[in-house]
Design a protein around this ligand. Structure first.
Ligand code: AHR
Length: 524
C-alpha cells in the first residue's frame, strides 16, 4: 500500500493506475507537509541571537579587523573598510569583546591613551604572541559605531578585581566630573560610551579561574554590587555560566543570585565532530559520518536547553534572567601550517548548515535565549569573514547569517511538519528536514529550512494555517560537495541563489536540494 503521504502526493499511485516502479521511485521523494501557524505566535526572537564575538586571538582582531590608521589596507580609523562593510550586511546586533579566555587577563588601563605608549603584553592563552594593546576601549567602541551594533564588554574577574571592573565601567559610562570620566574625555571621547552588556569573567569553570559554581556565585555577587552606571546606561549584567551539557552553573547561579544583580547567565557549547578535544576532526575532507556527527549536535543542544529552562523557570518564574549562548559554533583541528593557538579553520557548507540548525534551536527557545554569540566574527573558528593580507572571503557561515537577517526581532511562528523522513547514518539519526518560521519585524512570514541529508532532495508541500500557501520567494545555499568552501581563489563556490516553488493541483510545492539551507518569504 502506498503511504498516506504518497497517496496525497501522487493520487495515481493511490488509485493503482501507475506502474509500481514509478510509485516506488516517487516514494523516495515523498512530499513533507510544512504548515506554518501564524495564528499561534510565540516569543520575539531577539536580534541579539545573531550576535558576534571578537576576541584578541590570532588574527581575529589584529590583521582581520584592525590594521591601524597608517596601513596601506584601506581603513577607517584603523578598522578595515572591506571587513566592516561586509559585516554591516549581517546587521550585527551585538559584539562581545575582548574575550573569551583573553578577558580574564585583560587590564583595561593597558588599552587607553596614546597607542604608541601602551604596554605590550603576552597573550598567554592564544599562541603566546605579543599583545600590543593597539585595540582598547576607544577603538572597540569606534568599531561598534562603525558597525552600528551594541557593545558586550567582558570584564576581568580572573586576574582582575571588583574594583578594576567597576572603574572600567565608570570610565566608559560616567557623564560626571570624576577623574575617570575626565580621563575618557582627555582620551578623545566626550560623551559616555553606551555599554549594553557587561559580563563578570569568562568560563570561570576553566580558563577564567577553575572555580566551582558556589565560589563564583559569591565572587559574582560581590563584583556585581559595585558595577554601577548612570541611569539610562546600565548594562545588562551577565554571569559566566557552564559549558556543554553541564547544568550545575545554571542551577547555582539562578538560585543564589537575584535578578537585580544578574540579568543573564551565559553558557558555552562548541561542536566537535568527534566530540574529543584531542582530535576534533577535520574542517574539510571529512567523511559523511562526521557530517552527521556535527549536525546532530543542535538537537542535543535543544534537549539540554529544555533542562536549563526547567531550572530557570523554577528559580526565576518571572523570567527576568536571560540565557545567553555567548560562545557556540564548530571547532575543528587547526588548519595545518598555522599557529595552533590561532584557531584557524576552514569553513564549508557543513558550517552553514550547522549554523542554520543552531538558529532553529535558538528560535525555539527564544523566550529564554535572548542572546547568542558565534565564535568568532573574523578568522577564528567558525568565522563569517576570512582575510589574507588585503583580500577577504565571505564564508558559507556568513551567507547563512545574511539569509537569516529577517529573523532578527521577528515573532516566532510554529511550524508543523508531517511525513518528515529521518536522515540516519553510522548509528546517528536526525530529522531530514528542520524548519523554523517567524513573522518578521516588517510583517512578512519567513521560513527557514534545512535539508540535512547530503544525498537526497526533499519535496515539500507548503501551507499556512492548513491552506496551500500562495507563493514564496527566497534563496537556497547549497553546493555539490559537503565540504564546498569559498577560497581566496574561488570565493563564489557557496553562494545563496534564488529558489522557486511550483503550483500543482492547488498545492505549492518546493524541492529542497540535498545539504541545503533555504530561507523563504511565504505568502499565505
Ligand atoms: O573562542 C575560543 C575560546 O573558547 C574562548 O576564549 C574561550 O572562552 C573558549 O574556551
Amino acid at each position: 500500500m502506498p503511504t498516506p503521504a504518497l497517496r496525497r502526493a501522487w493520487p495515481a499511485c493511490a488509485r493503482g493506475l501507475t506502474a509500481l516502479a514509478l510509485c516506488a521511485a516517487t516514494a523516495l521523494a515523498q512530499a513533507v507537509q510544512v504548515d506554518l501557524r501564524p495564528e499561534q505566535p510565540g516569543p520575539v526572537i531577539a536580534r541579539h541571537i545573531y550576535g558576534q564575538f571578537a576576541e584578541h586571538l590570532g588574527t581575529g582582531i589584529y590583521e582581520g579587523l584592525w590594521v591601524g590608521p597608517h596601513s596601506p589596507i584601506p581603513n577607517r580609523r584603523g578598522w578595515r573598510i572591506d571587513v566592516v562593510d561586509a559585516l554591516k550586511a549581517l546587521k550585527v546586533p551585538v559584539v562581545r569583546w575582548p574575550g573569551g579566555c583573553f578577558a580574564d587577563e585583560y587590564h583595561w588601563r593597558d588599552g587607553i591613551g596614546p597607542r604608541d605608549q601602551r604596554p605590550v603584553r603576552v597573550n598567554t592563552n592564544w599562541g603566546g604572541v605579543a599583545e600590543p594593546n593597539a585595540v582598547g576601549t576607544h577603538e572597540f567602541f569606534d568599531l561598534v559605531e562603525q558597525l552600528g551594533t551594541e557593545a558586550y564588554v567582558n570584564g576581568n574577574l580572573g586576574t582582575g578585581s571588583a574594583q578594576e571592573m567597576s572603574e572600567w565601567l565608570e570610565y566608559m559610562t560616567s557623564d560626571g566630573t570624576g577623574t575617570l570620566a575626565r580621563q575618557r574625555r582627555a582620551n578623545g571621547h566626550e560623551a559616555p560610551f553606551r555599554v549594553h552588556f557587561f559580563a563578570v569573567g569568562n568560563e570561570a569553570w576553566g580558563c577564567g579561574g577553575n572555580m566551582k559554581p558556589d565560589y563564583y556565585a559569591n565572587l559574582y555577587r560581590q563584583a556585581a554590587t559595585f558595577l554601577k552606571a548612570p541611569r539610562g546606561n546600565r548594562p545588562v549584567l551577565v554571569a559566566s555560566g557552564g559549558n556543554g551539557e553541564d547544568l550545575a552553573w545554571t542551577e547555582v547561579l539562578s538560585r543564589e543570585v537575584k535578578p537585580n544583580l544578574m540579568q543573564a547567565i551565559s553558557h558555552h557549547r562548541y561542536t566537535l565532530p568527534t566530540d574529543s578535544w584531542s582530535k576534533k576532526g577535520a574542517a574539510v575532507g571529512f567523511p559523511e559520518a562526521q557530517w552527521i556527527s556535527t549536525l546532530v549536535v543542535p538537537q542535543k543542544i535543544d534537549a539540554n536547553l529544555a533542562k536549563h529552562r526547567e531550572i530557570l523557570d523554577r528559580n526565576d518564574p518571572k523570567k527576568r534572567i536571560g540565557f545567553y549562548f555567548d560562545e557556540w559554533g564548530s571547532w575543528y583541528d587547526p588548519e595545518p601550517g598555522t599557529n595552533p593557538g590561532f584557531l584557524v579553520q576552514r569553513n564549508t557548507l557543513r558550517d552553514a548548515v550547522l549554523a542554520a540548525l543552531h538558529f532553529h534551536v535558538f528560535h525555539k527557545h527564544a523566550e529564554r535565549v535572548r542572546m547568542t554569540n558565534i565564535a568568532q566574527m573574523v578568522n577564528v573558528l567558525q568565522a563569517m569573514v576570512q582575510t589574507r593580507q588585503d583580500r577577504l572571503v565571505l564564508t558559507p557561515t556568513y551567507h547563512a547569517f545574511e539569509m537569516h537577517v529577517p529573523f532578527q526581532d521577528a515573532t516566532f511562528v510554529p511550524v508543523v511538519l508531517q511525513d518528515n523522513p529521518a536522515y540516519a547514518r553510522d548509528g546517528m539519526e536526525m530529522p531530514q528536514l528542520s524548519a523554523s518560521a517567524a513573522r518578521s519585524a516588517d510583517g512578512r512570514l519567513v521560513l527557514s529550512l534545512v535539508n540535512a541529508n547530503p544525498r537526497d532532495a526533499l519535496e515539500l508541500d507548503l501551507r499556512v494555517g492548513g491552506q496551500a500557501a500562495r507563493a514564496v520567494q527566497g534563496r537556497v545555499l547549497t553546493a555539490a560537495a559537503m565540504d564546498a568552501e569559498n577560497g581566496f581563489d574561488q570565493p563564489a563556490q557557496v553562494l545563496p541563489r534564488p529558489i522557486e516553488a511550483r503550483v500543482r493541483d492547488g498545492r505549492l510545492t518546493l524541492s529542497v536540494p540535498a545539504k541545503s539551507v533555504v530561507v523563504l518569504t511565504v505568502e499565505p
